[in-house]
Every structure is written in C-alpha cells, then in structure tokens.
Design a protein around this ligand. Structure first.
Ligand code: ZN
Ligand code: ZN
Length: 277
C-alpha cells in the first residue's frame, strides 16, 4: 500500500528541516506517485524556538516558493503552516493567519505552560516526579484552549507528549490514564468543527506507534469526530510519506472510511480507497 497524499510536510523554512527544498519534495513526490502534498512549515510566534520557525516577514517568500514550484509539477501543492499555539499571542496569530492565502492551518502544542515537551530535557521537566494524569490535565487544557481559539483547521499529533515520556515514565501508557480534560478537548473539537491528525512520526521517534494512541482514536470515532488528516511530519524529502500506510491502517481499524484534505481552508472528504495505490 502506498499513500499518495501527505498533509504534514516540513521544508527548509522550518529550522529543523535544513536543506529540504520545495523542488526536491516535488521531484520525490512525482517519483513516488503522490498526487497532493501540503507544506506545513513551523510557525512559532513566541518562546525560545521562535527563530526555528518561519519568520512572519518571510511568509510571502514561503508562499511564492510553493506557488512557483507548482508551475512545474503535476503534484497538487497546498500551502499550510504548523502553528504553535500560545494563548497570549492569539490576536496576533489571528491577524497574521488571516492575511495570507493559506490552504491549511495545523495547530500544535509542542510547548505547554513554558515546557518544551518535544525536547528531552523539557519533557522530563514537565513530567518528572508528577502524576501522569495531573500533567495530562494541564496538557489537554492547553489543547482545548487551542481548539477553542478558532485559529486552526486541524490539531496535529494529538498526544505528542508521548515522544519522550519514557524518560519520565517507563512502561506502557493507556488512554484511561489521560485524565478527564481530554474529554473536554474532544468535545471542543466537535463544538468548534476542528479536526485531528493521525501522524505516524511516532515510529521515527521510537515509540513504535502513530499519534494518537489507539484508545484515543476510538474515543474520537465514538464521539463522531470525522475531520481527520494524515501526514508524515517529514523534515526531509527522502522521508516524504513515511509510514503513512500505518496511519491509514489505524483509521480504517477504528471504522473510518474517509479522511479530509484542505484547499483555501475548506475541507473536502475523500474515501480512503482513493488515497492509496
Ligand atoms: Zn509537530
Ligand atoms: Zn510537524
């Protein structure tokens, strides 16, 4: 099985994707038979990693680069951003995101209450010595606020905190340990018509799984949340589409038959059969 759409792709404006040019992605997408990819470079408006994302002054350059690449490829290129949510910067984010012709805005919570949970030390500082439920109440409170901000089409990797969790809490984790605010976050997805992403980068991160965990995905399905995107979260063109088949298997396993793609921030549903070859 090969998946032919990837809605989470980092190019070189993401500080953690050096050398990943749009034209290289297009070449690889053509070689591998992709029909649509969405660039979602990091946009980090505040905090210690603000310089690791696309600087606001370079958004036009980023868009121009993708639009000019579109002229020489048959692969549909979508223009998106992976935007970190900072409650104090909501108004600023809103005005910036409204200013540009984006196809897709993916919301992320890599930072929670000042802790960088995508970093080894930050994860240990957040989770170390505390009860998991207590930490996750905080995490999903932030996640719910991000959903309710109305800034985002879809929330990325819904339990990204698992990336380095094993450093503070060895052993398996189950959805029943996620605490109660996760249910409020799921309710917010429904109320605000925001989607979620199934993201297989957990395989690259060594957790041997997609984000979110299966129990979480089942809960999303049973609550009728049906806006789902899938994206590899690649930071190098060689990894385009990596392990997306795992994401497809996962959504199929819990009973979904469609996923979503976005254009001009409008959602379109597609049958799973039509995104694989
Ligand atoms: Zn991310
Ligand atoms: Zn990403």
């Amino acid at each position: 099985m090969q998946v032919i759409k990837d809605f989470h792709v980092h190019e070189h404006h993401s500080g953690d994707a050096p050398g990943a040019t749009v034209t290289d992605y297009c070449r690889v997408a053509e070689e591998r038979g992709f029909d649509e990819i969405c660039f979602t470079t990091h946009f980090i408006i505040a905090g210690k990693d603000a310089n690791n994302g696309l600087h606001p002054s370079l958004i036009s350059e980023y868009i121009d680069e993708i639009e000019s690449a579109q002229a020489s490829t048959s692969v549909k290129l979508r223009i998106g951003l992976e935007v970190d949510y900072f409650p104090e910067a909501e108004a600023l984010l809103s005005s910036i995101l409204d200013e540009y012709p984006l196809d897709f805005v993916l919301g992320s919570l890599h930072y929670i209450r000042g802790f960088d949970i995508g970093d080894r030390a930050g994860s240990v500082a957040f989770f170390g010595g505390r009860k998991i439920q207590e930490c996750l109440e905080t995490y999903y409170e932030g996640w719910r606020e991000a959903v309710e901000s109305g800034l985002f089409d879809v929330m990325a990797h819904p339990d990204y905190f698992r990336k380095y969790l094993n450093l503070s809490r060895p052993g398996p984790l189950s959805f029943s340990e996620y605490g109660s605010t996760v249910y409020e976050a799921i309710d917010a997805l429904k109320a605000y018509k925001v989607g979620f992403e199934v993201n297989p980068s957990g395989y690259r991160h060594g957790i041997g799984d997609c984000y979110p965990i299966l129990g979480f995905l089942r809960e999303l399905k049973s609550e009728g949340i049906d806006i789902i995107t899938i994206g590899s979260d690649c930071h190098s063109y060689t990894k385009l589409g990596e392990r997306l088949e795992e994401a497809v298997k996962r959504v199929r396993e819990v009973g979904y038959s469609n996923i979503s793609v976005f254009e001009d921030r409008r959602r379109r549903g597609i049958e799973l059969e039509k995104i694989v070859k």
